[in-house]
Design a protein around this ligand. Structure first.
Ligand SMILES: O=c1ccn([C@@H]2O[C@H](COP(=O)(O)OP(=O)(O)O[C@H]3O[C@H](CO)[C@@H](O)[C@H](O)[C@H]3O)[C@@H](O)[C@H]2O)c(=O)[nH]1
Ligand SMILES: [Mn+2]
Length: 744
């Protein structure tokens, strides 16, 4: 499928390879044809608008012109992902030869890993423990690794879990290395089949289970009881929580070094990595900027303690499933030809435990796999929020312009020459973990994860591209990090709502011609897509297409071309072309037809719910009427719920407002489809209404699980009666409302 293209000179050992996907030529040709078809469609809408004779037909033509213009914009900006698709492979085995490394540990750069966690009741601490251990056990000089756990929940349970992880690491690290284990997350390893087990597995599994029991007991109690404290130093650490006035939203910074690589050794007398627990200062009077804020604190605290040139960022719900991952990233980050302009290497986000046909499209194949491949060929993928190796220098201005922070120790070139537990280091670390540090400092404006707001993710990427860096996307067929996806529709939609609010926030704060005026067209398209893909361009056209033609059908009004009209071909081409190309793209990236079907269904569902609610909430916030937070995705799984998920059933359950527009659309489409069917059976001429009926039928097909959950199911995941009733009332109201202009 692909043509090969070496990026290294002929005889030097190959570190990585770039392949251009052959289908780009087809994509380009298809885009040209499709573009012409869009122009014809818009021209047709404009003509109809000008020649409309009634008020109703004017309104209808205007709605179609507006929504198809939005869709055209969306299509146009999406093309940047299809024009230059590339794949990469890396060859870590050549790293030693290519870079003349002696395999002595000092040849490898130090690596700081940040793992974010927030709420131990939504993000099980054992999940965090597994994530941390999977990184601590990397096939990489252990003493060059420092793992920083960022606890935004300020919870002693999380600190306890980290202490337990440190103790377990004493056995786990040598066990993994001796037996050359692939899955170095204990949770994932013990869940694998017994063929990959060794004679000492049972013993270490016992240790793991007993650690798990302790952590879960402490979690249940909410605090660490006397019986779990074995050393004075631990008692001292936990005493911070008993201080008067300590709450999760209001407390001083807590930094606890749990393992120090110079001092701590494992069961086989090898050095351990550093493991540091950090809970930044919180105060009710200053905004903490959620995960973005946490990452900025991590950047500063790690600078004072280890200041590694390379940073890996992980969420507590993702673990590393390949112990050679750092070496893979270093094939790029240490490449002499690339390294001076390379800001980060992003690995794909892949998930475990997704059901057979991916009911909720939770793989986000397009966003996490397909799109970054296209961006990589152009200017580099966006930062996806986790599983990303950064060049620390990239946070301090462009490749040739360095922005030095006020405190020189925080700069990327500063060398830490003191022990991490020395008083000077700890004092500075506590200071820079303070909640007001960013206020009126260069850090607050120019350094760090710039958009330390609700959502930092995609946008850090944008900023780096703008300043002359590039980034790299690793092949999605070789995942290096795995996580769990939410398994209830409500959780999925809340997550998307948060993303859409974050995108809007950044779109409004940064998308100005002044900032981006000098960028290339390709960059602008990517910016536009990433900024706008989550809002009106989804939900306005979708809402229109899910309601208007069907309501008109109920009134017997024809608004699409008749079967005999030649312009029908245009409609068919536009719809089949878009869906067909999308399906193809999906299948090539290892998708299946059923998964694609569910994914396109989720596109509609998201468009009819989360995006609209996200927009609404954002504008209410602008008017000062509402406030929103980072609604964490729930990672605790209910057994019954997960059983239903396994069977591919939709999980509605809670009576969420988010479902109302969805169910309303489902009711209206079913009603209008049935109406059309009855009329057709009665023998009325349906030629003018055929396309509308077809559209309603398509929505009905997509909405089958909704009807089932409304009437046929009795389990806890069914749609609550209240939601069905509200939606029915809304459907009747809409029917009534549309009758008014049509009556004229
Ligand atoms: O105030 C906060 C809120 C969240 N987090 C952490 O942020 C991470 C992501 O939160 P999660 O609830 O798991 O969000 P998801 O929607 O599942 O995650 C996706 O979307 C996020 C942005 O919305 C990205 O940051 C993630 O990398 C991406 O996997 C977790 O480790 C949280 O602990 C914090 O550190 N502080
Ligand atoms: Mn997550």
């Amino acid at each position: 499928m692909d043509q090969s293209l070496s990026t290294s000179p002929a005889r030097a050992p190959l570190l990585h390879r770039l392949r251009h996907a052959r289908r780009t030529a087809f994509n380009r040709m298809f885009a040209a044809v499709y573009f012409c078809a869009i122009l014809v469609l818009l021209y047709r809408h404009a003509l109809k608008l000008i020649h409309s004779t009634t008020y109703a037909s004017f309104l209808i033509s205007l709605s179609f012109l507006v929504s198809d213009t939005f869709l055209a914009f969306l299509w146009l900006t999406r093309q940047c992902f299809l024009m230059t698709i590339v794949y990469r492979d890396e060859y870590p085995e050549n790293l030693y030869k290519a870079l003349l490394l002696e395999k002595s540990s000092s040849d490898f750069p130090a690596l700081d890993v940040f793992i974010c966690t927030t709420d131990p009741y939504k993000e099980p601490p054992m999940r965090l423990v597994s994530a941390a251990l999977s990184v601590m056990a990397y096939d990489y000089p252990t003493e060059r690794i420092s793992v920083y756990v960022s606890d935004d929940g300020g919870s002693q349970v999380t600190l306890f879990a980290c202490m337990e992880a440190a103790k377990f690491a004493y056995h786990w690290l040598p066990f993994c290395k001796k037996n050359n284990i692939i899955e170095r997350s204990p949770e994932a390893y013990f869940a694998t089949n017994h063929s990959s087990w060794f004679f000492d597995t049972v013993e270490i599994q016992k240790m793991y289970e007993s650690m798990k029991e302790r952590v879960e007991k402490v979690l249940e109690k909410g605090k660490v009881g006397e019986e779990y404290i074995t050393e004075e130093i631990e008692r001292k650490a936990f005493s911070k929580w008993t201080n008067h006035g300590f709450t999760h939203q209001d407390h001083p910074s807590i930094i606890q070094v749990l393992l120090e690589s110079g001092k701590n050794k494992d069961a086989t007398n090898h050095l351990m990595p550093n493991l540091i627990y950090v809970s930044r200062e919180k105060s009710k009077t200053s905004s903490h900027n959620f995960k973005g804020g946490a990452l900025n604190v991590m950047l500063r605290v790690s600078a004072t303690m280890t200041n590694a040139p390379i940073i890996l960022n992980l969420d507590c719900d993702m673990y590393s499933n390949d112990p050679r991952t750092p070496l893979r990233a270093f094939c790029y980050l240490l490449d002499p030809k690339l390294k001076s302009q390379l800001a980060y290497v992003q690995f794909p986000q892949r998930f475990n435990g997704i059901n057979k046909n991916d009911t909720y499209g939770s793989e986000y194949r397009r966003m996490f796999c397909c799109n970054p491949l296209g961006l990589d060929g152009m200017l580099g993928p966006d930062y996806l929020g986790t599983g990303c190796f950064f060049n620390r220098r990239a946070f301090f201005g462009g490749p040739s312009t360095i922005v030095s922070p006020e405190i020189p120790e925080l700069g990327p070139n500063s060398v830490v020459d003191k022990f991490i537990q020395s008083q000077a280091v700890l004092e500075l670390a506590h200071k820079v973990a303070g909640c007001n540090y960013e206020y009126k400092t260069k850090w607050g404006y120019e350094v760090g994860f710039r958009y330390g707001t609700l959502i930092e993710d995609f946008f850090t990427g944008l900023r780096l591209h703008c300043e002359g860096w590039r980034s790299i996307f690793c092949n999605p067929k070789r995942p290096a990090f795995l996580g769990d996806a939410p398994i209830s529709l409500e959780d999925v939609l809340n997550q998307v709502q948060r993303w859409s609010i974050g995108n809007l926030q950044v779109a409004f704060s940064s998308f100005s011609p002044l900032t981006y005026g000098t960028r290339s067209l390709g960059t602008l398209m990517c910016l536009a897509y990433t900024h706008y893909c989550f809002w009106p361009t989804w939900f306005i056209p979708l809402t229109l297409y899910a309601f208007l033609p069907q309501l008109c059908l109920l009134h017997g009004l024809s608004i699409f071309p008749k079967l005999s009209e030649p312009s029908l071909i245009l409609y068919v081409f536009l719809v089949l072309g878009a869906y067909g190309q999308d399906l193809l793209e999906f299948l090539i990236e290892e998708g299946t037809v059923q998964k694609w079907w569910n994914d396109q269904r989720m596109w509609m569902i998201r468009g009819l719910s989360a995006f609209g609610f996200g927009c609404l909430e954002f504008f209410l916030k602008c008017l000062g009427i509402s406030t929103y937070g980072f609604g964490l995705t729930n990672k605790v799984i209910d057994d019954e719920q997960s059983k239903r998920y396994g069977q591919g059933m939709f999980e509605f359950g809670a009576s969420s407002n988010m479902f109302v527009p969805l169910i309303t659309a489902a009711i209206i489409n079913l009603a209008s489809f049935l109406m059309g069917l009855v009329q057709a059976l009665r023998g009325s001429k349906m030629e003018g209404l055929f396309l509308q009926m077809f559209l309603a039928g398509f929505v009905v097909l997509n909405a089958l699980p909704i009807y089932k959950a409304m009437v046929l199911r009795n389990d806890k995941g069914r749609i609550p009666f209240k939601t069905t009733a509200t939606s029915t009332c809304l459907a009747l109201t809409l029917y009534g409302l549309i009758s008014l202009p049509l009556a004229n």
